[in-house]
Design a protein around this ligand. Structure first.
Ligand code: AMP
Ligand code: MG
Length: 401
């Protein structure tokens, strides 16, 4: 293929997303919705807080009675409101989150009071402003106000907000069912003894982990040997899913059978080969509503293609609006030689000042070096060196805190 004819990677992602419609919505318990995308606009069903309450442990009182010495008449505890309303000149012991008694307009924290005498009256030496330490009903959100919109991603804070505002169940896009299909006669499952010429299938488990993190329901199809029959059988099974992700067998070698078998089974190819290093032989097509990704077999290529193309599609299926890799801009710590034809996603370590240092091995089989990298940096195609200090797109491979 001549230089310049490879598909630009941003265009490739656009072609994928054009063919990626959100899956149907289903109702799920809000408590179980972590990681899901809302399929509906939601308004608060109740006022939040549902009643006016205290922000502190202390005494509910009338601000007009302060400073002064107040008779303590009753208690309002969390979940156990006072049975009487506050009379002038009195105070009611109150806990954080307990209902403000009728008649009270402020709370003085316990630390700002002094026990006055053995009768149990409380002395409030300084004036307390109206509304002090009071959390008004609806001051977080009032019933009917917009809470979260369709497309919002649900995490721990959103689960708390949904449940607090009266939504025990919500509609979310269903999780995509994804088949992973490693190809290659050299592949053995982890833990088996390797015969000469064999390697462990690492792409399958790598993709399965990535997909589960991304919210997919994963089927791992046993790795297919490099025969048409084995490929046909494996792909036939895989094509029953929303997404098929194969690895290997998508390049130009005599044993690269993925595209041919896919075509024979009805996969309509949208593109093959992108201007990306590593990851050039990536193929993408559709079979009905099923998205079919043919990822190159080299583990780093597989990982890069996952992050740049498959992960956004898996998010889009779940209703993520305009998903794309979460690039941030960061400076390159050292110069890096550009590839004339292809954008390159190099593995980098972030130095303490945030500069991106290329990892010491950049070949597409070097997965152990990738395992020590912090992320990927995008070196745009071009001639000569990209100078140190250049700002580039950086994609973290972080797996959390
Ligand atoms: P292929 O694209 O099938 O020519 O594979 C390219 C390289 O990736 C070869 O060195 C394969 O052995 C390797 N490879 C392919 N599939 C896997 C896999 N599932 N796990 C680890 N390496 C693989
Ligand atoms: Mg192969």
């Amino acid at each position: 293929m001549s230089p310049g004819s490879l598909l630009d990677i941003d265009r490739a992602l656009a072609l994928i997303l054009e063919r990626t419609a959100p899956l149907e919505a289903e109702e799920v318990a809000s408590a179980d919705a972590d990681g899901r995308y809302l399929a509906e606009d939601l308004r608060a069903a109740i006022d939040l807080p549902p009643f006016t309450n205290s922000a502190m442990d202390g005494y509910a009182l009338r601000s007009a009675d302060t400073p002064g010495t107040l008779a303590v008449a009753g208690e309002s505890a969390a979940g156990r409101p006072a049975e009487t309303s506050l009379t002038p000149g009195a105070a009611i012991t109150i806990s954080t989150g307990a209902a403000l008694p009728d008649g009270a307009d402020a709370v003085v924290p316990i630390e700002a009071t002094e026990a006055a005498d053995e009768t149990g009256a409380v002395r409030v030496p300084r004036a307390v402003a109206p509304d002090a330490n009071v959390r008004h009903r609806g001051s977080d959100i009032s019933a009917g106000a917009p809470l979260l919109s369709a497309g919002a991603r649900i995490g721990p804070a959103q689960i708390a907000a949904l449940i607090s505002a009266g939504h025990p169940r919500v509609h979310c896009r269903r999780r995509p069912r994804v088949a992973i299909l490693a190809t290659g006669s050299e592949l053995r499952p982890a833990g088996e003894i390797l015969a000469p010429g064999e390697i462990y299938d690492s792409n399958g488990p790598m993709l399965a982990a990535a997909l589960r993190r991304a919210g997919a329901v994963v089927t791992v199809v046993p790795a297919a040997a490099d025969t048409v029959d084995a490929h046909r059988e494996a792909f036939t099974r895989a094509l029953e899913h929303d997404v098929v992700i194969s690895s290997g067998g998508v390049s130009v070698g005599p044993h690269d059978l993925v595209r041919g078998v896919g075509a024979a089974l009805g996969v309509e190819e949208v593109f093959w080969r992108v201007a990306l290093r590593p990851g050039k032989p990536l193929s993408f097509g559709t079979a009905g509503r099923t998205l079919v990704f043919g990822l190159p077999g080299n583990p780093v290529s597989t990982l890069v293609c996952w992050a740049l193309f498959v992960a956004p599609a898996v998010a889009a299926l779940q209703g993520a609006p305009a998903p794309r890799p979460a690039y941030v801009r960061a400076p390159l710590a050292t110069a890096y030689a550009r590839n004339p034809e292809r954008d390159e996603m190099i593995r980098v370590i972030r130095d303490p000042s945030g500069g991106l240092v290329p990892a010491r091995g950049q070949q597409s089989h070097q997965i152990s070096i990738t395992a020590l990298a912090d992320g990927l940096a995008r070196i745009p195609a071009g001639s000569g060196d990209l100078p140190a200090g250049s700002t580039v797109d950086y994609l973290s491979l972080s797996i959390g805190p």
